[in-house]
Design a protein around this ligand. Structure first.
Ligand code: DX5
Ligand code: ZN
Length: 218
């Protein structure tokens, strides 16, 4: 099995020392930098906005994986692309015109991702699975870092992997929420390609070692 793509979530970083945190990620084995955007409407929390993403992008040497937890994401997709996003994921629950949203993201030259809440059925993805680059499977309810991993995620990921294979699609499966050294191997075994980790990385005394440890699982 291939090594996972590792995407530390900057939400758990020290915002008063963002440049230092981004430099640490540049020097680490991290592949992408996961950026959580929350609007206080789609989710109960507000995280960061465009100026912070621009600031991260000024120092980041790795692709920004932007996770939009916002209503009407089509209003902001272009601004996030300009701020430096390489991947943009929108929530299926926030997008009545999801196919159009995906086309918009791709037309800007970004990789298109779709994020899916823990309770949402995979059938929502059936008709667009061939059009997307990434499925962000929420393994916690979106809105906060450092929550407990939802065990049903394993079942969901293996069903999603089967759906992707059956459709001959290329979408990567990303797991977002509560990922740690204990559940990472089992997630890769059922088909995960990308692991997001916030609290587990940034609360460690040596985040770089934790990142290397997660990268070494396969
Ligand atoms: C949750 C966010 C996650 C979060 C993950 O709404 O989408 O990306 O930052 O953080 P941990 O790994 O701490 O659960
Ligand atoms: Zn996220």
């Amino acid at each position: 099995m291939a090594q996972p793509i590792l995407a530390p979530s900057i939400l758990a970083a020290d915002f008063a020392n963002l440049q230092r945190e981004v430099t640490m990620l540049n020097e680490s084995e991290a592949d992408w930098i996961h950026v959580d955007i929350m609007d206080g409407l789609f989710v109960p929390n507000i995280s960061m906005g465009l100026p912070v993403v621009e600031a991260v992008n000024r120092y980041a040497k790795k692709p920004l994986d932007v996770h939009l937890m916002i209503v009407q994401p089509e209003r902001y997709v272009e601004a996030f692309q300009r701020a430096g996003a390489a991947n943009i994921s929108v929530h299926v629950e926030a997008c009545p015109h999801l196919h159009r949203n995906i086309q918009q993201i791709k037309s800007l030259g970004c990789k298109a991702g779709v994020a899916i809440n823990p309770h949402t059925s995979l059938s929502e993805l059936e008709n667009i699975i061939g059009d997307i680059d990434l499925v962000c499977v929420m393994s916690v309810n979106p809105g906060f870092g450092a929550q407990k991993f939802i065990e049903n995620t394993y079942r969901k990921v293996s069903a999603l992997k089967a759906m992707i294979r059956a459709a001959n699609a290329h979408a990567l499966i990303e797991i977002d929420g509560g990922v740690n050294q204990q559940n990472a191997k089992a997630l890769l075994d059922v088909g995960a390609d990308v692991l997001v980790a916030g609290n587990f990385v940034f609360s460690a005394s040596s985040p770089k070692d934790v990142i290397a440890g997660l990268k070494a699982i396969h």
